[in-house]
Design a protein around this ligand. Sequence first.
Ligand code: PMP
Length: 385
Amino acid sequence: MKSANKTFAKTGTTIFEVTSRLAAEHGSINLGQGFPDDNGPEDIRQKAAEYLEDRPNQYPPMLGVPELRQAVAAHDKKFYGIDLNWENSVLVTAGATEALASCLFGLIEEGDEVIVIEPLYDSYLPIIRRAGGIPKLVRLLPPDWSLPKEELAAAFSDKTKLIILNSPMNPCGKVFTADELLFIAELIVKHDAYAVCDEVYEHLIFDDRKHIPLITMPGMNNRCLRIGSAGKIFSLTGWKIGFIVADPSLLQPVAKAHQFITFTIVPNLQRAVAYGLGKPDSFFANVASDMQAKRDLLSGLLSDIGFSVLPCGGTYFVTADFSKLGFEGIDTEFCKTVTIEAGVTAIPVSAFYEGDSPRNFVRFAFCKNPSILQEAAARLANYFR
Ligand code: PMP
């Protein structure tokens, strides 16, 4: 038998699926994979149900239904002051995952260098490689996850096609500062490169900070593709509705990839997301404040048990150092043992690095009901007592 494509054949099943399966097998509380445990806003789900009945169900336009492209443009204008033409600067995708794949397949040529910042979301590297790109890894490390500016500058070269920037950043909860974004923007201009901006946690940002899209920095409006995810904004992760906002010169090649990956996306869900994006500002503020309260709850409970919990400026996740708990072993062993024996599941942070990495940190998702977070902490406290 001839072999399958080696990039994917070599890749294991994603850590999120692996840990979720293990959690289900052992009936543990799954704070691994990042999905909320409520069912998403009722009015948005109601709209989706209505639109399934009373709007067309045949192929929508390839770029997305006009209602959603208009809503994305209005959202980006309202929150970030971005001026864009909805007709040629917005593309609706099957979640941010497809948005990332379409951007990378649409832009990368064989031999292009692509800068990625570890710890990183696990879809980036296989897709970069399958598209013919050469990843250049720059590392952020706990506990402060600070950006090593000299290393980043050294990673750029004339061969750099693009950088992937994830802010707020999964798994570490880092929110890039305006100063860091400015520094990155200058490197992009200097090396005539682009940025694929994974901003799926744009509304999950805490402590009164405001999300700053890289595309709003000087010189960036025709060099950035800004990716969002309705799954994260509305706690509807299973819907897989994402979007890309970019200058038409950049969006066009990406749309060419999209047309052969998914072509178009479920129409009633697109329309329901358009309705959701039109909700008042207070809705988006509440999304952040509810999640911040959950962050504080879980961080406090984990600290009481003896974890060293790192600060988290955004996302669904806190990172915690378990080395003071007396567990003998590395993060992957910790996660497996704790799933099976304590009944709580987390994700090893080493899964977000290629090669050697710190082995004493795990990621917990706090996008759950407070009672679930309390029960998980009680189980951990009991186990480590
Ligand atoms: N990027 C990051 C950083 C993520 O955490 C996720 C989801 N966990 C995605 C992309 C994918 O988003 P979606 O579910 O919209 O495909």
